[in-house]
Design a binder for this molecule. Structure first.
Ligand SMILES: [Zn+2]
Length: 394
């Protein structure tokens, strides 16, 4: 059953015009007065509406824009409880520190599987309704062998992009003995989680894990068949980005406090994406990362939500795009690319983040004539329809 969506004012493809098949996301690209044909879950044709082939079914976009589904490459969705009071206190002047994670750990350990599952389903549903068709999901609020194992297993029920983040913080029962906890993360806990995960991650930051500990966690994860990614340079300067590049990580996430050497290392890495999470700075009233410096240096930049109950409780990629444009001075095209193709690079995916022929038919319709409206009309629910693998899902 093929589907033609026609009368599209702007079709963002991130793929070369008139390519017969597209193997991976390219630079930002958009077609005016366009149409797209979906067939068997894939993009079968894109081009000018006047030249569109016939299809079994037709949807009239009535002058709206169509974009690739967002690829949110950084989210922490397996948790229980909420931290609204902590947020309010922060807005009243208290600083953010990594320690707040521990209150979510206590709530998550106490929660039943079904509580965690229903919270996860609610957040995944929010994401889909806002145009996110691919998302990564981390563990990291269990921090025992059993609680991390069930976290990655539950995450695997909603996404294939599952990340083992046993090294999120040192849990209270290991306080003062980080080395013993790292041994657990690299040993028994990893063995229990690796079968359900694709990625291994570590929070490399003052108050969490240092460079050598981060290296050990990533190396152990790789030995167990997981691919490395990292939380780096969020709260201050540090070794995280260098560790990421050394390890050949798919992404270094946050990148808020970077030295020139960090920027150079990312630019020369040939594959480590700098994932910016502007919702975090927005939600913690912190200085934003310098996206222009990274882009100038030729670094591949992704935008993701970092949806989590502490530092950034938004699941909205449209908001993150708006922040990327308004607050970190990306152009509308750069921000949309970073939230689609950039996220795909950060997850080493070639089938999403673009609408080239052969891509997965993951896309959304915007109730607006161009992608710029995501930033031009912040906070307005503009997502008028979402398709995943060619099926209308929202
Ligand atoms: Zn995070």
């Amino acid at each position: 059953m093929s589907l033609l969506i026609t009368n599209i004012s702007e079709l963002v493809t991130n793929a070369p015009l008139e390519a017969v098949s597209v193997a991976s996301p390219g630079p930002f690209e958009a077609i005016a007065d366009a149409a797209i044909v979906l067939d068997a879950g894939r993009v079968a044709w894109t081009g000018i509406a006047a030249e569109a082939p016939a299809a079994d079914e037709v949807v009239d976009a009535a002058g709206r824009a169509v974009l690739p589904g967002f690829v949110d490459s950084h989210a922490h969705l397996v948790f229980a409880g909420e931290r609204g009071a902590e947020f309010a206190a922060r807005m009243a002047g208290l600083p953010y520190s990594a320690g707040g994670i521990r209150s979510t750990v206590a709530a998550t350990r106490a929660a039943s599987d079904d509580e965690l599952r229903s919270n996860l389903a609610r957040l995944a549903g929010e994401m889909l309704a806002q145009g996110t068709t691919t998302f990564e999901c981390k563990s990291g609020y269990g921090l025992t062998v059993a609680d991390e194992a069930r976290s990655v297993a539950l995450a695997g029920e909603v996404t294939p992009e599952v990340t083992y983040l046993g090294a999120h913080v040192v849990p209270p029962e290991f306080s003062g003995d980080t080395a013993r906890y790292v041994d657990l993360v690299c040993g028994e806990m990893l063995a229990a989680c690796a079968p359900s995960a694709k990625w291994v991650d570590v929070f490399c930051e003052q108050g969490a894990f240092g460079a050598d500990e981060a290296r050990a966690v990533l190396a152990a994860g790789e030995a167990a068949g997981l691919q490395p990614r990292i939380h780096a340079n969020q709260l201050g300067a540090g070794p995280g980005v260098q560790v990421a590049v050394e390890a050949g990580a798919a992404a270094a996430d946050h990148c808020t406090f970077l030295s020139d050497a960090d920027v150079d290392a990312l630019a020369a890495s040939g594959g480590t994406v700098a994932t910016l999470l502007p919702g975090v700075e927005f939600s913690t009233r912190s200085p934003y990362p310098d996206a222009r410096r990274l882009l100038r240096a030729g670094v591949t930049v992704a935008i993701a939500s970092d949806c989590n109950p502490g530092s950034c409780f938004t699941s909205s990629m449209p908001l993150c795009v708006a922040l990327a444009v308004r607050e970190i001075r990306m152009t509308t095209a750069e921000a949309v690319w970073a939230a689609t193709a950039g996220g795909a690079h950060a997850l080493r995916r070639t089938d999403v983040g673009h609408l080239g022929v052969g891509a997965r038919a993951d896309l959304f319709m915007l109730d607006a004539p161009s992608h710029a409206y995501l930033a031009y009309r912040p906070g307005v629910p503009l997502i008028a329809g979402v398709w995943r693998s060619g099926e209308r899902v929202a």
